[in-house]
Design a protein around this ligand. Sequence first.
Ligand SMILES: NC(=O)C1=CN([C@@H]2O[C@H](COP(=O)(O)OP(=O)(O)OC[C@H]3O[C@@H](n4cnc5c(N)ncnc54)[C@H](OP(=O)(O)O)[C@@H]3O)[C@@H](O)[C@H]2O)C=CC1
Ligand SMILES: O=C(O)CCC(=O)C(=O)O
Length: 428
Amino acid sequence: MAAHTVYKEPAPIMDRENPLESMMSRFNIAAEILGLDDETYNVLKAPDKQVIVNLPVTMDDGKLRVFEGYRVIHNTILGPSKGGIRYDKHVHIDEVKALAAWMTWKCAVVDIPYGGAKGGIICDPTTMSPGELERLTRAYTLALKDVFGPDRDIPAPDMGTGPREMAWLMDEFSKTVGATSPAVVTGKPLVMGGSLGRTEATGRGVMVSTLAALKKLNLKPTDVSAAVQGFGNVGSWAAKLLFDKGLKIKAVSDISGAYWNADGINIDEAIAYKNAHNGRLEGFTGATTMDADDLLTSDVDVLVPAAVEDVITEHNARDIKAKLIVEGANGPTSASADPIINEKGILVVPDILANSGGVTVSYFEWVQNRQGFKWTEEMVTERADRIMNDAFEKVYQTSQKYKIPMRIAAYVVSIDKVAQTYKFRGGF
Ligand SMILES: NC(=O)C1=CN([C@@H]2O[C@H](COP(=O)(O)OP(=O)(O)OC[C@H]3O[C@@H](n4cnc5c(N)ncnc54)[C@H](OP(=O)(O)O)[C@@H]3O)[C@@H](O)[C@H]2O)C=CC1
Ligand SMILES: O=C(O)CCC(=O)C(=O)O
């Protein structure tokens, strides 16, 4: 008889900052500023739906392992819910709930017709074979076949997933409905309905919002240095596009460590090195190694956290030297750090604005799938850049109007749009 193991070893959330608490604390401040009515507040403070699934997967050694997966739908008043799927050993339901709510606010801030959702599976994709990952992805899709759908809930990549997983998901879902259904998922490979520009979209949005913020600070990109934490999809593209705009990228990092060069790192070389070395920067010779935590407090003008949640906390915020933080990751700053950052006068382009380029181009992918017509790369980037710049300006003007940080202003813009929609639609 095969041995049965339940693969479930999440880090207890109590030992870390809780992203859900950070999300709620900002939501509460913005709701207060808006004078949000109790009914709408009570609807928005909790997710519409939380699904927990058990996923039995036969591993390559013939043993059966049961993984735990989640899909949280935060809100759908603006449209079908949208949000990525995370494969990571630290996935936690509270984290998925926070990430789902951030998707609602993110889609509202860029004014695209989606609600918010997020998914995750507790697993370590770095130790699993492609076959195991495929069986896991198909099991997750089957378990959620009644949740997903082009007009219901549309997943996408997040940490630990990419076009390969989205292709398996699209295929498995299509089999359950008996017809090829490309619009059920975004972030697909180009040959099967993916959009030009989606791979780099989140990093591009980070670059566009960094340039917009530098303008407000009267700083020229070519006079500015930056550090980027995380060198995956978001971090590597953000670093490359900022490097191309003339910023001196003095530090980058991934899970293997942080790498520093006061004269600037050649990001093209760093990406080529990573691609040739199993996706890691370990051993990169274009920089010297530095303590990973020191990257966040290093002597640079712009800090781009683009890895995981809660890396900027009350414990290190005082030591940050950057004048500008542009949040490529979701939730990289704990609410406990907000007052310190505000007191220091650091301008923060918050996650729900700075990294919204990804979902914006996902929206374009979904539109193209439904139109059955492929846009050119120029159409994608021109429209995405315009949306990012418009959203930046709207949030910036709101922050000026209410004399509040851009983070709270972004929540104000989003919650206001959602609340107004509830008023018009009625129903409760
Ligand atoms: N992909 C997207 O379109 C979007 C992603 N985001 C957010 O951006 C963030 C990154 O996602 P994405 O780039 O897709 O994920 P990836 O899995 O592609 O990359 C994550 C990167 O972070 C590194 N990393 C993980 N933990 C640490 C750490 N403690 N310190 C330094 N680096 C670390 C990883 O290193 P290694 O590879 O060596 O493990 C990897 O370089 C997440 O918060 C995600 O939710 C937001 C909007 C859209
Ligand atoms: O592209 C998408 O639909 C969602 C991306 C995502 O998960 C995010 O923005 O955090």
